[in-house]
Design a protein around this ligand. Structure first.
Ligand code: IDP
Ligand code: MG
Length: 150
């Protein structure tokens, strides 16, 4: 089953949108596999965003993600990576599809509410970076067979 890392970033937490994000992923049919509410260290922020090191927005991005707690979650399901990215919307909120979270709740790229893994490979890496294996819950949901074809 495909897994993806989702973060409700500090702006989403401060604005009381943890429930909104979680609710949209639940109602889409994705299955929660892990969750924790944490203050992100500089070290974790820098490892997570290593790919953006050297870009003009990098320092601000590290400041942003460490400025208040985040809600970190692992969601799973068929095509979970693509499905979650679609529910979040494009990185720049003014380009996000109407109905997506970033369209409905954000205006600026530097305050775009959420993180979601962008590829299956990065999903696996990010889940391993943010969660210990024992923190992932392996479970069957009563509704799985009505949402997952196989
Ligand atoms: P993603 O979060 O949609 O995967 P990425 O391109 O991986 O987008 O960028 C990571 C995060 O860095 C974005 O979500 C956003 O918060 C921030 N970011 C990206 N580009 C800019 C920018 O041009 N200015 C400010 N922040 C940016
Ligand atoms: Mg990204």
């Amino acid at each position: 089953m495909e897994r993806t890392l989702v973060l409700v970033k500090p702006d989403g937490v401060q604005r009381g949108l943890i429930g909104e994000v979680t609710s949209r992923l639940e109602r889409r049919g994705l299955r929660l596999a892990a969750a924790k509410f944490i203050q992100v260290s500089n070290e974790l922020a820098e490892t997570h965003y290593a790919i953006h090191k050297g870009k003009p927005f990098y320092a601000g991005l590290i400041q942003y993600i460490t400025s208040a707690p985040v809600m970190a979650m692992v969601w799973e399901g068929p095509s979970a990576v693509a499905a979650v990215r679609q529910t979040m919307g494009a990185t720049r909120p003014t380009e996000a599809a109407p109905g997506s979270l970033r369209h409905d709740f954000a205006l600026e790229i530097g305050r775009n509410l959420t993180h979601a893994s962008d590829t299956v490979e990065n999903g696996e890496k990010e889940v391993a970076l943010w969660f210990q294996p024992g923190e992932l819950v392996d479970w069957k949901r009563e509704t799985d067979r009505w949402i997952f074809e196989k």
